[in-house]
Every structure is written in C-alpha cells, then in structure tokens.
Design a binder for this molecule. Structure first.
Ligand code: MN
Ligand code: MN
Length: 316
C-alpha cells in the first residue's frame, strides 16, 4: 500500500462506524499535500423547485462508506496513484445566494493555488459558476463535459441571473468555457420554448439529447466526445438528474426518460485520457429518497470520476 491517504478499511472499522468523510478518507490532509481535494458545497438557494441539495454532500459521504479502493471493471487504483483526501465543506451563507457564490469562488481559488484537482460534492448546480470562475482564472477557458437532464443555459430565472438553471449561460458570457470543446449529454423533457437547447448549439456546443442515447451503449459516443473536448483542460459537471429518476429519485427537478446507470458509467469511464482539472456531482437531494439510492449512485459516480483523472494507474 502506498503512503498516500487511504480509505479506512472495512475490516479495521465497520462501514457504519467512524467519521463520515468521503469514502472514509482520513480528512486530515492540507491542500498542499494533495493531488485531489474532495470538497463539499452544501448549498441549495439556487433551486427552482424542490430544495434539499444542501444535504447532498452529507448524503454522498454517508453512502460512500460502502466504496472500496479498487475499480473492478477498469482496475483503476486511484488512491495508490494520487494523494486524495476529503478537505471538508465550503462555509456557504444560508441566507445569501450571491454571498455564497463569492465564498465558493474564494474557497476554490485558495485550493487552486496548489497543483491539485477539485472533486466537488454539491450542492445545487448554481455552484458550478463560482467553481468555473476559479478554474478559468487558473487554467484559462476550459472544455466541459456536462451530464444533465437540463442544459442550464437560461438567461434569467424569476428575473435572477444566478440560479441553478443559468450557470452555463453566465459561464459563456464570462469567457470561462472554450465553447468549441463543450458537450452536454442527457437533455430532455419539456422546455419554455421548443428551441431552448439551440442556444447551446449556437455557441458551438455538441448537445446530445437523451433520446439520442436511448437503447444503446454510449461507448461510441464517448469517442466522439473525447475528440471534441480534448486539446486542453477539461471540467466534468455531473448533475445527478441526468440519470433517470428510477435510479436517482432524490433530486429537485426530476425528468423521466433519462440515462441508465450503465450509460452514466460508460460516460465517466469514457472520459479517461482527458486533461481533467476538476469535476462535480451536483443536485443530490437525499430527503426525497428514503432508500439512499441517489446518494449511493452519486458516490459511485464521484469514485468513477476519480478513477479517470490524469495520473491514475491501472493494475494489470
Ligand atoms: Mn443542472
Ligand atoms: Mn438538471
């Protein structure tokens, strides 16, 4: 076993015991010691319908206790390859959305003073805007793989410019994205206008609506996605509602006809080889899911994203 921080073993402390860090990591490292900082962003002031994503980080950490270090499908060994630890939560302001957004950018800018990748547990999707602000300040405009039922490119919601349905419109306006290297996957459902998704296409994004994914493996799609987004730093933003609500009911704005868990795994595993500089898993709202299934699925997706980071080695 390497000297890197390791998940606490299930034979050293029962899986239902110990402090609930992500994957039972020690939680004691400082950012300067890490290659990957796991960060919780407990925040849901940007939600348009059902709130509760403020409990997402805790829900994901709770269900992550069952995860073991090695990926049995890809043989990835993320914790032997990289120094990964849970660095705790951003102190968001529960009474002020705009102040929270400022706090998130400040927090990430501080983390990114170190040479590390951020692994974010959301939080509603508003949080990707302040994270991308910090990312672009360090790396310049980034490519993006965005999995979601919604394109999150509204100009305004209830007259507000910052909410969980607007972050990628703001990101384009602020020059945070390299628009020719952006792919959105899983969009579906009902819109305010029939051409809602076309604004993304006009920016140069590849938009893969859910129907294009139905009934098939997404391995071929991911070859196309990698071709489009490669050539520079890439951010992965995974809204759990991209997955069908039969797998992930605990979320604020569920849409039927979504991706299967198997397709979600193919998407994440298909990102291997990209220059990933950060990722998030957002919109888990555990209170709508008495079984914990949504948090469990979210925790697994976070683990799978860890497994495709640059520098991860694979056992023979
Ligand atoms: Mn979203
Ligand atoms: Mn969504």
């Amino acid at each position: 076993m390497s000297q890197n921080p390791q998940p606490l073993g299930g034979n050293d402390m029962p899986r239902f015991g110990g402090i609930a860090t992500f994957m039972r990591l020690p939680g004691s490292s400082s950012p300067g010691e890490l290659d990957v900082a796991v960060v919780g962003v407990p925040f849901d002031l940007g939600t348009s319908n059902r709130p509760g994503a403020r409990f997402g980080p805790r829900g994901i950490r709770d269900e992550s206790v069952l995860l073991r270090p090695y990926n049995m499908a890809t043989r990835a060994a993320p914790f032997d390859s990289l120094r990964v630890d849970d660095t705790g939560d951003v102190a968001t302001n529960p009474y002020n959305l705009l102040d929270s957004v400022e706090r998130i950018t400040t927090h990430y800018s501080g983390l990114l003073e170190h040479d590390l990748v951020t692994a974010t547990l959301g939080g509603d999707h508003t949080i990707v805007l302040p994270i991308l602000r910090a990312m672009a300040a360090k790396h310049g405009p980034v490519g993006l793989v965005h999995v979601d039922a919604h394109s999150d490119i509204n100009d305004e919601m209830f007259g507000e410019r910052i909410a969980h349905g607007t972050p990628f419109r703001r990101a384009v306006e602020e020059g945070l994205l390299d628009c020719d290297r952006v792919v959105q996957i899983g969009m579906r459902g009902t819109g305010y206008a029939a051409d809602d998704f076309d604004w993304s296409r006009e920016q140069g994004f590849r938009v893969v609506q859910a129907e294009e994914c139905w009934h098939k493996s997404l391995v071929p799609l991911m070859e196309e996605v990698c071709e489009k987004v490669s050539g520079g730093p890439v951010y992965l933003s995974f809204d759990i509602d991209g997955i069908d609500p039969s797998f992930a009911p605990g979320t604020g704005t569920p849409e039927v006809g979504g991706l299967t868990v198997h397709q979600a795994l193919e998407i994440v595993r298909g990102c291997r080889g990209l220059d990933i500089v950060g990722f998030d898993l957002v919109e888990v709202a555990p209170i709508y899911d008495t079984s914990g299934l949504t948090s469990l699925t979210g925790a697994n997706m976070v683990y799978e994203m860890l497994c495709v980071l640059p520098g991860v080695t694979y056992r023979g």
